[in-house]
Design a protein around this ligand. Structure first.
Ligand code: KG4
Ligand code: ZN
Length: 363
């Protein structure tokens, strides 16, 4: 197999459209999508398992894997049908191979490998967080790097400097709980149930965000890292103390005050980081990016600071395969190809280090 150099690859891609079939199964959504040239979504099929996991108050990994197995073929077939394409019309198959739940990831990776093997179409392994970031390219056709991206999901809270397509520098990350994890744990503690983020978001709209002053963690003066476990403990202490005193808790006020504490920190860090790194664009990504209050606050703070703000539609913030198709396209353009040795990597780091898991060939 010959390896095309970057210039040859680039020239041929400028001439041809690239249509990617993308697969995502890292957590509790089974998803498949068809994306043209990284930005045009021809179909975006999502089979959510939320109702199934709600009974257990959170995602049960083994159940998630089994449900992915049941749904994946239908999702792929539907994605192709909605795009009015056949497998033979597809140029490459992109799939999330990490980070995420290992059993869940394996379903998508196996499906993508089987499709690639059967059709001879190239396989491109995609980093889940890179996918979240690239959701912005779908919503904003004009958006180009560099920009600052706040990635806040159930497993991650990162401030990422997107230097170029596929080139990332993590300038801040959580030291403990991810923002979405904090939303989920606090929602459970105040009896709102799973999934916590949207429930807190809704309850907060009925509550007073200044009713309770919860702590805003600052890790160190000059750090963009986050820490949400102290805030989570403060909410739990507040609830325990109220219970011991026999006092009624206003759940909406707790939700609104907690949410304000999270939103304050996420907003402040994003704006400060953009200023320090000379970025005049801030984008957001991940499930927590669909939070109403975060979107409003960042939008108004960006306006004040003269920074352009990019926030994808909520359906592109939570897990989906269209974002994997967008990220896969830019990886494909760079010549990244994954061989049949592609495996699920549950703790896959973001950045260039991940390339070691890929093969590079011209197929
Ligand atoms: O990106 P995502 O769909 O999956 C992961 O990659 O983790 O993010 C899921 C997380 C969950 O913790 C969920 O509670 C949170 O995103 N989330 C929200 C909202 N919608 C989803 N958090 C706050 N407000 C929301 N509206
Ligand atoms: Zn995600």
């Amino acid at each position: 197999m010959s390896i095309k150099n970057d210039e040859e690859q680039h020239t041929s891609f400028l001439e041809d459209d690239v249509t990617i079939l993308a697969i995502e199964s890292s957590c509790d959504e089974t998803a498949a999508a068809v994306v043209k040239n990284g930005r045009e979504v021809l179909s975006n099929v999502i089979s959510s398992q939320i109702a199934l996991h709600t009974v257990f108050g959170g995602v049960v990994p083994e159940i998630a894997s089994r449900k992915h197995v049941e749904k994946i073929n239908t999702c792929v077939r539907t994605a192709l049908a909605e795009a009015k394409l056949k497998l033979s019309d597809i140029d490459a198959i992109a799939v999330t191979y990490g980070p995420g739940l290992v059993g869940a990831l394996l379903v998508g990776v196996s499906e993508a490998k089987a499709l690639s093997f059967a059709t001879g179409k190239p396989l491109v392994g995609v980093h889940h967080i890179e996918g979240h970031i690239c959701a912005n390219y779908i919503e904003y056709k004009e958006l180009e790097p560099p920009f600052m991206c706040l990635v806040a999901s159930g497993g991650h809270s990162h401030l990422v400097l997107v230097k170029d397509y596929g080139e990332y520098e993590i300038i801040g990350q959580t030291r403990d709980d991810a923002a979405g994890e904090a939303f989920d744990k606090v929602a459970r503690a105040i009896g709102l149930g799973y999934p916590g983020g949207p429930k807190i978001d809704a309850a907060a709209r009925e509550g007073n965000p200044d009713a309770i002053i919860f702590p805003r963690a600052k890790t160190t003066e000059k750090s963009y890292d986050f820490s949400f476990s102290g805030l989570k403990s403060a909410v739990l202490n507040y609830l325990n103390q109220a219970e011991m005193k026999g006092e009624e808790v206003n759940k909406n006020d707790v939700a609104a005050s907690f949410q304000k504490a999270v939103v304050d920190v996420l907003t402040e860090h994003s704006i400060e980081a953009a200023k320090e790194y000379g970025c005049n664009k801030i984008a957001i990504a991940g499930g927590v990016a669909s939070n109403t209050s975060l979107r409003e606050r960042l939008s108004s703070e960006c306006k004040k600071a003269g920074i352009d703000f990019y926030c994808p539609s909520p359906v592109l913030c939570t897990d989906n395969a269209a974002m994997i198709g967008a990220a896969g396209y830019y990886e494909f353009k760079k010549g990244v190809r994954s061989g049949m040795e592609l495996n699920a990597v549950p703790n896959l780091p973001l950045g260039n280090r991940e390339r070691k898991y890929h093969g590079r060939s011209s197929n």
